[in-house]
Design a protein. Sequence first.
Length: 402
Amino acid sequence: MKIKTLPAEFTPARPILQQIEQAGFEAYFVGGCVRDTILGLPIHDIDIATSAYPAEIKQIFNRTVDTGIEHGTVMILDHGTGYETTTFRTESGYQDFRRPDSVTFVRSLKEDLKRRDFTINALALKEDGEIVDLFDGLGDLKRHLIRAVGEPAERFHEDALRMMRAARFAAKLDFKIDPATLAGISENAPLLKKIAVERIQVEFEKLMLATAASKGLNVMLETDLYRYCPGLDGNWQHLSNLASTNLAMLVNSAQVWGALTYHLGMKYKQLAPFLKKWKLSNDLITVVQHQLPLLNQIMGDQVSTRDLFKAGQEAVTNAAIIAKSCGANLDLVKLERAYQDLPIKTSRELAINGGDLINKLGVKPGPVMGKIINHLVDMVVDGAIANEPDLLMDEAAKFIAQ
């Protein structure tokens, strides 16, 4: 197969391949960029593999950086742009089920491609557009099939995260997983415990934000992969219910974790411990914490102006989308408008502050002042009083006198 017109993303890198070939070596575009080109999908990263050893690459090009020299990766700097090239290699001895104990540089493209995870990722592309397909990756693309290169168990022992990647590709591409590969995942699922949570988290988020997320989540359920993810073991039914929702509506990480924790039936106090197990950032955890109470109120059709105020703009938007994905009969525009119509969005927008209370009413800093401010905020948010200094000061005086 030959691609007559390569996407524009390849154009700046083609001279790199040409220069390597002129020096007597082989060079190809490899991996996801080739797969996505054939499928007509957006291209994100351009990966280059070559028969030239790192020292030879550094002789061909004047400006290079050793970005991963021990694994054969050298960055070629060309007109302000960096292109990473990696020497064909074989790997062996995966004691940690992630990294090879040893790497051997080779001249054979086939030896390099046979260590890759799936046939659809084991395609090579010459700079003139010709596809090199040694493991029927093109056939699997036509069949919409994800199949391990060679023996599935061997690929998963090399890097156990590949099992999560299989589920993620099923979700991204809406492909089926080859029966032998699926069986290999089921048999080796416990190996996922060997993988850093941060790596699992990245794959899980990508899966949940993919076009066919439900398909990927069902792969995790069918193969028991979910059991080796933080806090998910024993939650088959909850996750199955989540998979039956319209996950395609979710568009960001906060919505992913909001939907997951909602379907797990979590209480507010359970959120932080659970999400910290997944190594999420404190900022993201805070957003999810703001979402859950509002989401519960939306699903119970009991949303008040105070609920919207406490949640804040980001949480309101996210909770509304999660609720909609769950099938709630919700008018997203109406809910957003209700939030925008709030007289104030934060307590800082209150027309008086602590200093005013000190100067005019002699209130001392402390718990009492906090109660006064909270009372005034509630009154303004509920529409019981206008956000005007004189009215607020009068209300504060009444509150103190109670």
